[in-house]
Write a protein that binds this ligand. Structure first.
Ligand code: PLP
Length: 378
């Protein structure tokens, strides 16, 4: 830092310079985030200083957080779910496993494992590291859903949680949550559904999937307003069916306005809680459905254009994620050539494929332009 501060105009021009280096979302097809809705940006700015780490000072913001949890719980089949707004899917996943780990440790278990699909987000690798639980990866079936038999084979008397994914990061696939829920019920194991991406998509698809609290065996869900919920970053939600799991996370907070805190982080953004509250109230289920329907229309358009060039999707898209098959060596070349044309795309791990996420900033003209460039590249 310099000894003397700079004048505002200089700062503004520095900021402009940095902003220009950042990419606009327009040609980004690799991101699960998008531009926040205008009403979310408005609310975020209005509550910039609000800190949910000390909610007694910001009771209005706290009311909005509680209402978001109620609205999102209702969307996921349980308006009486218990939870809080996190910084996103990673924190939500960590805290769910943290809660069940604490419960089992109190009950005297020392070694523990959880079972996740091979497609699980890398936040579960962080969980293995931070929480010292073994993370066992269950094999997938040919549709890239977790294999229920593989999950069952991995379960033993040290298994404290099974995780199913409703909207896998790489393929947008939905695991057989209903089957996982009956295993969880039968064996009395905690079932966590990671719906960080899919939670704001699946309820609005034409095809119906059972994946939420309406299934008795589902114990907790992660869902991210900062992905398909059109809110600002950082906005995630962690929801438990039973309040007692939140208590497993509680830490006394002397000198604050509340007696205890369940969140992983201390100071946390009231602004994104306000943004989420505003955008969910503004759009309602109807508005969210319209957004998902448009993303799905463009997803189908992209797949049909690719098929027209002889390129097949790895799976027929279930959600707004498209993965296109290429021979292993070819996929890197295609992805690099597309990047040279200004696109941002990504490549999946196994099987290797070109991955494209059709989030709300992806418009029809963009899909047409992309297909043209893809045609040129292949
Ligand atoms: N879970 C799933 C299924 C995801 O797709 C992601 C991110 O893409 C996460 C968790 C992690 O979310 P975040 O990056 O918001 O922490």
């Amino acid at each position: 830092m310099e000894e003397r501060g700079m004048i505002r105009e200089e700062i503004e021009s520095l900021l402009q310079e940095k902003k220009q280096k950042d990419l606009a979302y327009g040609k980004i097809l690799s991101s699960m985030c998008t531009y926040p809705h205008e009403i979310a940006a408005y609310a975020h700015k209005m509550f910039l200083e609000s800190n949910l780490g000390d909610p007694g000072l910001f009771p209005g913001t706290k009311e909005m957080e509680d209402e978001v949890i109620r609205m999102v719980g209702a969307l996921l089949g349980n308006e009486n779910a218990f939870g809080y707004m996190s910084t996103g899917g990673t924190e939500s996943n960590i805290q769910v496993i943290h809660a069940i780990r604490n419960r089992k440790r109190r009950e005297g278990l020392s070694e523990m494992n959880i079972i996740v699909p091979e497609t699980a987000h890398f936040s579960f690798d962080k969980i293995a590291d931070i929480l010292s639980v073994e993370v066992r990866k269950a094999a997938l079936d040919e549709d890239l859903k977790v294999g229920v038999n593989s999950v069952e084979e991995l379960i033993d008397d040290k298994t404290i949680c099974v995780v199913g994914i409703a909207g896998t990061t790489e393929f947008g696939q939905i695991d057989p949550i209903k089957e996982l829920a009956s295993i969880a019920n039968e064996k009395n194991i905690f079932l966590h559904v990671d719906a960080a991406f899919g939670g704001f998509v699946i309820p609005f698809l034409d095809e119906k999937y059972e994946f939420d609290f309406s299934l008795e065996g589902v114990s907790a869900i992660s869902i991210d307003p900062h992905k398909m919920g059109m809110s600002t970053i950082p906005a995630g939600c962690i929801l438990f069916r039973e309040e007692s799991y939140l208590e497993e996370l509680a830490v006394p907070t002397p000198y604050l306005t509340t007696k205890e805190q369940c969140s992983l982080i201390g100071t946390r953004s009231g602004a994104s809680a306000a943004a989420t509250y505003a955008v969910l109230k503004y759009l309602g289920r109807e508005g969210l459905k319209e957004i998902v329907s448009e993303c799905m229309r463009l997803t189908r358009m992209l797949v049909s254009g690719a098929k027209g060039m002889g390129i097949s999707p790895v799976i027929e898209p279930v959600m707004n994620v498209v993965t296109l098959s290429f021979p292993d060596a070819e996929v890197e070349r295609v992805s690099n050539a597309l990047e040279d044309k200004g696109w941002r795309v990504s490549v999946t791990r196994v099987p290797k494929a070109l991955r494209l996420v059709i989030t709300p900033h992806v418009k029809e003209e963009i899909v047409k332009m992309f297909l043209e460039d893809l045609g040129g590249v292949v």
